[in-house]
Design a protein around this ligand. Sequence first.
Ligand code: SAH
Length: 255
Amino acid sequence: MTRRPSFPARLDNGPAKAAPARPAAQHQPRLHDVPSGHGMDSQAVRARMVQKLAGQGVSDARVLRAMGAVERHRFVDSALVNQAYEDTSLPIGLGQTISKPSVVARMIELLLAGRTGADGRPGRVLEVGTGCGYQAAVLSCVATEVYSVERLRGLHDKARENLRHFRLPNVHLLFGDGMVGFAKGAPYAGIIAAAGGEAIPAAWTEQLAEGGRLVAPMVTATGQQALVVMEKAAGQLRQTLLEAVHFVPLKSGIA
Ligand code: SAH
C-alpha cells in the first residue's frame, strides 16, 4: 500500500511542546510508529485495545492500524482519560457521546469493504456527527478526504480543538445539519453516520457516488436501531440490515 509522503506525520507523535528530541538516525514518524516519551504508555494500551478488536472479529488491517494510531484519550475529558481505551462510549458534552471503539472499527470496516482506489482507500468520505472528532481522525487514516458535519456548534468547536494537535490536512470540519449531507463535497465514495434517525435521508443516497457505500444506524420496524449498509450500483440502492446498535438520535437543524 502506498502512502502519500506528507500524510499525517504527527498523528501518533505525542504533544508538540513536550516531544523529546529523537535520535538523528531515526526515520520520519509514521502513523503506526511507537511514539517516544509521553505517548509510550498510551501506545501499549492502544495495542491491547487493537488486540481485543481483532479478537472481536475486526480483521481489516487498515482499520486495525488506524485504531492503533489514533490517540483516543485526546478526545475525552481529563476525568475520563483512564477509560479512553475501554470498549465503552463516553460523554463528550451537550448530551452526546464518543462511540465505543468496537463500533467505530466495525463501521469503518464495513465502509472499506466497498470500492476503494488502487491505494486501498475510498476517495471522499462524509461523516455525519463529528462529535469530539475521534472517528474523523480514524477515517483520516483510511480515506483520501474526510468531510465531517456536526450540528452542535459547541461540539464542532471542540472537535476543531481536539484535532488541531493531529494536523490532519485531509479532514474538513463543517458546521451544519448533516441531514442534508454536504453537496459541495459530493459525490462520496463513503458516507458514515454517528447518529440514527427513522430513515436514511434522501440527500445521503443522492450524494453517494456510483459504487459507493453508506453505513449508518437507523431505527427499524421493531423500533430499535440497527446498522444499515447501502450500496449504490448501476444507480440502484441495495440495503442490508445488520446488528442492533445504540446511537444518539439524528436531529435536524443546528444548535
Ligand atoms: N463520531 C463522533 C460521535 C459523536 S455522537 C465521535 O467520534 O465522537 C453523534 C453526533 O452526531 C453528535 O455530536 C450529534 O450532535 C451529531 N448529530 C446528530 N444529528 C446530526 C445532524 N443532523 N447533523 C450533524 N450532526 C448531527
